[in-house]
Design a binder for this molecule. Sequence first.
Ligand code: GLN
Length: 490
Amino acid sequence: MYKTIEDINKGYKKKDFKPSELVSEYLSEIKLKDQKLNSYTEVFEDLVFSHAQNLDKEIDSDNSILDSNILFGIPIALKDIFLVKDLICTSGSKMLENYVSNYDSKVYESLKITSCLLLGKNNMDEFAMGSSTETSYHGPTLNPWDLNRVPGGSSGGSASAVAAGLACASIGTDTGGSIRQPASFCGIVGLKPSYGRVSRFGMIAFSSSLDQAGPLCRTVKDSAILLDSISGYDSKDSTCLNLPPTNCYTELCKNDFNLKDFTIGIPSKLLDIGLDREIKTNFDSLIKELISNGVKVVDIELPNAKYSVATYYIIAPCEASSNLSRFDGVRYGHSTDYKNVKDLEEFYIKNRSEGFGDEVKRRIMLGNYALSSGYYDAYYLKANKVKEMIVSDFNSAFNNVDCILSPTCPELPFNLGEKKNDPLKMYLSDILTIPANLAQLPSISIPLSLSKNNLPIGLQITGKKLDENTLLKVANGLENLIGFSATPKG
Ligand code: GLN
């Protein structure tokens, strides 16, 4: 079912369908398609259906709630990285196979008060480390546009589910591109807010200075609705900014803007990295169209952005090695059979070697090495200095432009297994998304076109820090100009 949040809200108001009827439809679609796609780790069939029946009654007794609360009765999913009280949260890992959350993440708490409907949890790369959803303990998720290809990652389950119509929207996380890259691979919209906009409380940490939650959905307006509901100050996360929730949806609905009001920057040199030919042609023809429509497009320089991947793969593993040290099988996580170990040290070693997959182990080793005494200055500290240089490149660029445009990914969705054993190739997949994480900027991927073999190509728009309003206006303008409406056949 390819309905947007706005479509569903209108449908409820016109009494075309009730929440319980809609949820039944989603649940039967999930039954039909998800055995193959594997986009969900768990579906809360009974819970969500009885919740929907209660909402039926609420609408019957007073449907004015549908005017004041657009998320009322909207069926969504969550990446399995967000804690929901009393439900299992695995973060895609055997380590947390049986972990039951004992409190709600702030993201879920914010959504819960809107009375949206939680269909289930989406599959993901283990601890959000990956670009293909192949590192998940639950097995890989497939791309609904071509079942031989990956949906991207790490929020690949969220992207695949939304693209296949198995949820109206999902909330994912983006540390180096994990919302935008899968959104691009699956032909949907994915928004990473500015760092600090959304609380990370109850979101299993990967790289704390970069992780940020955001929506994967069908339209820019839907992403605005979801951002408005999950953003805002939270005293339980010290990195969450003391700002009120965004008001992007109201701003978009005013419709008082035009693409010609904005100046758009293109980092041409950065794009000289060997983009896939079709991606380059499609991107170039959009730029031509913008120019011929009178939109101001200028070239910008981001001289240090080429060091982003190298910088990221120091900072993220360092922070991950420290965040993941809590999973020792005693405080948290998988415990081996204690009868088979001779001492405490062997107990820890077995717990961790059995509980974590290869990619996670690789990152823990990399992080511990880079943080070890004598190397800290050479790696972690240096990477943070390069990060500051990247931030200042963006600051200079934003003196002249409102937004920066590029393709979201350098390549089309790749085949399952194609890069699994070549981590460096896999890491390069994030070359265009990582800069926004390092510079804490809001950034969105929207569908641009389809390749000749019917695979989605994404367009990335990056905005000034905390200026989600301008970002989403430009994204909405581009979305209207592009007019992408294709859906996967599978
Ligand atoms: N693909 C990147 C990585 O493997 C980004 C992951 C993410 O954003 N969570 O680290």
